[in-house]
Ligand binder design. Structure first.
Ligand code: ZN
Length: 386
């Protein structure tokens, strides 16, 4: 009797766990073994301490195990392709790009979370997130064993905690300004330098970025760039210049999604403006921006900044569904706000806000910018290797 109950519970739970996400067409791999007990796998293989408590919370922790190892999977194809190195970028036209939500295991037996499925030059890849470091990478789909999963499965990882913190910022249906994490969730020395690239016909602030690199003893300088799809499209040369600096090891960029078209109507109230503009397709705004970045040779991160920094709970929820964490700012320099340790600093690098760079230069000379500049992922997790 008890066994029947357990099986029924497990079936009910699994039907939830493998339900494709309502908001997008999920690409479920045919070889997914639905008999697997995901939680059991996590308890057995996951290399991080928080997995035990996660397993304890599950209804199906006693469910029978029918798991294959990722090593079996690797034997289906050339193993070396699965051992890496992973392609750092996948430039060129993507044949498909969609959101998924899955937990995957690689040949290295490490679990990661897949948030996007994409096809490039006939090969299928997943964009995966390391649940502790929040780093993203493109991995061949055939090298991973994945199961569709809901966000609460990784709630206790640093990535999950950051997502929950982002979601908790919602305020019912109310419109919020500066919506997103504004400072580090952990005590940290230094600050987070971010610059927005909203669509603009003005010249890119190349000199300002060059000056930071030249004046900084930090190598590479860590910088978060909040890109809009339209800015990227119109600034290919500038994007290539940034890529060169990365290749030279002088700059380390985290690309923050800032929507594709960055909707904005002058003089319209914030509650009906930006992504809250009637008729805006939020899915398209988010996914087209990422697609544009990838096709130009970049790799999306798990971070998003609302156009105008304006949003509400339901937009935060949408971001969470797509695996994205909202970023606001504690120190918008053009507005006279001063950074302290742990602050997210906000500038605009699209030529629209010279006042921000003047303030930056002034604070820099006064040694009032907390250093070093941290990578955005360090908002939630100390990097072992700076
Ligand atoms: Zn913007």
């Amino acid at each position: 009797m008890q066994r029947i109950l357990r099986v029924a519970l497990a079936a009910a739970y699994m039907s939830l766990a493998i339900a494709p996400h309502l908001a997008f067409a999920t690409s479920l791999r045919p070889e997914v073994d639905r008999q697997d007990s995901l939680t059991e796998n996590l308890r057995r293989d996951w290399q991080f301490p928080w997995v035990n408590s996660m397993a304890r919370q599950s209804l199906i922790q006693q469910a029978p195990i029918a798991s294959r190892t990722a090593r079996d999977l690797a034997t289906r194809g050339p193993a070396h392709a699965c051992e890496g190195p992973f392609p750092p970028s996948l430039p060129g036209r993507l044949e498909s790009y969609q959101g998924i939500s899955a937990i995957c295991e690689g040949v290295d037996r490490v679990h990661r979370i897949a948030i996007r499925s994409l096809q490039s030059q006939g090969r299928r890849y997943l964009l995966t997130v390391h649940p502790v470091t929040l780093s993203t990478q493109f991995e061949l789909e055939t090298c991973l064993r994945c199961q569709s999963a809901m966000r609460n499965m990784w709630r206790q990882s640093p990535y999950g905690r950051a997502l929950e913190n982002s979601l908790a910022l919602g305020d019912g249906g109310h419109v919020r300004l500066n919506l997103g994490l504004t400072r580090a969730l952990i005590p940290i020395q230094g600050s987070f330098l971010t610059a927005d690239l909203c669509p603009s016909r003005a010249a890119f602030d190349r000199d300002a970025i060059q000056r930071i690199i030249d004046n900084s003893s930090q190598v590479p300088v860590k910088l978060g760039l909040a890109y809009s799809g339209l800015w990227l499209q119109r600034h290919v040369t500038e994007f290539q210049w940034l890529q060169q600096l990365e290749l030279q090891g002088r700059l380390q960029i985290e690309w923050i999604n800032h929507s594709y078209s960055h909707p904005y109507r002058r003089g319209v109230d914030a509650s009906e403006n930006f992504l809250l503009t009637e008729g805006v397709d939020v899915y398209r705004e988010i996914f087209l921006a990422e697609r544009q970045l990838i096709e130009m040779g970049g790799r999306p991160s798990v971070f998003f900044r609302f156009p105008g920094l304006v949003g509400n709970s339901s937009l935060l929820q949408r971001l969470g569904d797509y695996g994205l964490i909202a970023l606001g700012s504690e120190a918008w320099l053009a507005k006279g706000q001063r950074p302290r340790d742990g602050s997210l600093i906000l500038l605009h690098a699209n030529g629209n806000e010279p006042a921000g760079w003047s303030a930056f230069d002034r604070l820099w000379r006064a040694r009032a910018i907390p250093l070093p500049f941290r990578g955005i992922r360090e908002l939630v997790h100390h990097q072992q290797h700076p």
